[in-house]
Design a protein around this ligand. Structure first.
Ligand code: NAD
Length: 437
């Protein structure tokens, strides 16, 4: 199949490369010429484990190319995927569909012959209908079938997720699209990943329902963690105890500083807005959004409390800035809110993150970025672990203790057993394990 991927970000690039690896011929398009320039020069614009080798391999074998010019490749394509951003619209939290509609207009003028136009971006119910209308308006003679094929990959494990998905969801209205989509995903289908065919609106809603459910699950365990602290229980044991029940499942039951990232915050908000617009409010998700927002501020207060409350003019070390490990993505990272609240309280921040510092620098212009955890800890009154990168799982606490005046370790990801840290003279504050001071 000849595939064009419009948008070469976290989703578009990974999907495009994986399709090429399945044997399809793929052109990745982006309107950002620095991104395309980098890709053409063999450099990746994002950090994603394993992506560089896979890109290099498929460029070498001639199945993958990059361009800023959409028209040529779209004219030849069997399927054109839209994988552009759908951020929150400023002001009301609705998904901003400007990029999707702009891409649809450009595609409409470039298609030749029957083409399947596949929306991979996360979009509200009815967006496929609107894309179809745009095609009728811009190019009435175009023969296209508009499909919804939401993406469920996770940054940090994107290639494995794409190549071994739990399911592939395809929402279509035109029977011809089903055949093309089956052909595109044949390698996965043969690998026994279930292909769920449904109508387009249902497919669009499946994506939001999935993300909202996961966000709710995280928020649930975070509230249970707070309760654990009050009643003297241990949230990790509770998570284990409930997660062993197959009806609940053990994933997404790690208490922490609240969810963040480029998807959950905007997608929960967009679902809330869609539901309100249709007079069918999703109150569980409204509560989830509110609880998660206040949790990030509560984490800053927890750090301040752990330091005895007097923090103005003092230094706190932050380990981990990205919203989760193995990505450089800083969008909606909880660290941003937590650090801002600490800065507001007069704290000076020294931070280290293995991959996120380039993206973080313009977002956090007043903090000090350090070369490693030990440099970050220098002169600090506390160390706060915000993102559980592997390299923070085996810290040299003897060395850290030398840098810190009155050692306090605030472990917002429950990475460490408290005994291990206390042995080195630190006071330990985790999540949902002991009453915070
Ligand atoms: P991104 O911001 O990393 O990438 C989007 C890219 O699209 C950018 O490079 C931008 O320059 C490009 N673009 C915008 N308009 C264009 C146009 N008209 N022509 C060509 N290129 C254009 O975004 P992302 O994280 O890859 O997310 C894309 C979509 O996938 C979103 O709807 C998101 O919700 C969804 N999604 C993301 C993830 C994730 O983990 N990042 C997972 C599942 C779904």
């Amino acid at each position: 199949m000849r595939i064009v991927m419009i948008g070469s970000g976290y989703v578009g690039l990974v999907s495009g490369v994986c399709f090429a690896d399945f044997g399809h011929s793929v052109t990745c398009v982006d309107k950002d010429d620095t991104k395309i320039g980098a890709l053409k020069a063999g450099r990746l614009p994002i950090y994603e484990p394993g992506l560089d080798e896979l890109v290099a391999k498929n460029v070498r074998n001639g199945r993958l190319s990059f361009t800023t010019d959409l028209a040529g490749p779209v004219g030849e394509a069997d399927a054109v995927f839209i994988a552009v951003g759908t951020p929150s619209r400023r002001g009301d939290g609705h998904a901003d569909l400007t990029f999707v509609y702009a891409a649809a207009r450009e595609i409409a003028h470039a298609v030749r012959g029957f083409t399947v136009v596949v929306d991979k971006s996360t979009v509200p119910v009815g967006t496929g209908d609107e894309v179809e209308r745009i095609f009728r308006e811009e190019s009435p003679q175009a023969d296209v079938a508009v499909v919804s094929n939401p993406e469920f990959l996770r940054e940090g494990a994107a290639i494995t997720d794409f190549k071994r998905p739990d399911r592939i969801v395809v929402g279509f209205e035109d029977e011809r699209a089903r055949d093309v989509m089956t052909e595109i995903y044949r390698p996965l289908y043969l690998n026994s990943s279930p292909l769920i065919f449904t109508d387009r609106r249902t497919a669009e809603l499946i994506k939001y329902a999935a993300n909202a459910f996961l966000a709710m699950k995280i928020t649930f365990i975070n509230e249970i963690a707070d309760l654990c602290e009050r009643v003297g229980a241990d949230v990790q044991q509770v998570a284990r105890g409930i997660g062993a029940d197959n009806r609940i499942g053990s994933k997404f039951l790690h208490a922490g500083p609240g969810y963040g990232g480029s998807c959950f915050p905007k997608d929960t908000l967009a679902l809330v807005k869609t539901a309100q617009d249709h007079d069918s409010p999703v109150r569980l998700i409204e509560a989830t959004v509110a609880i998660n927002e206040s949790r990030k501020h509560a984490m800053a207060r927890r750090i301040i409390r752990a330091c005895g409350g007097e923090v103005r003019g003092r230094t706190i070390a932050v380990l981990g800035l990205t919203f989760k490990p193995n990505t450089d993505d800083m969008r909606e990272a909880p660290s941003l809110t937590i650090i801002q609240a600490l800065l507001d309280a007069g704290v000076m921040i020294r931070a280290y993150d293995p991959e996120g510092m380039e993206q973080a620098k313009p977002m956090l212009p007043t903090i000090t970025f350090c070369a490693d955890p030990y440099e970050a800890a220098r002169g600090a009154i506390a160390i706060a672990l915000i993102t559980e990168w592997d390299e923070f799982r085996a810290l040299d606490f003897a060395r850290l203790a030398e840098q810190v005046a009155d050692p306090v370790f605030v472990d917002l990801r429950n990475v460490y057993p408290h005994e291990e840290i206390e042995r080195h003279g630190f006071r330990y504050v985790g999540i949902g394990r002991r009453s915070p001071q």
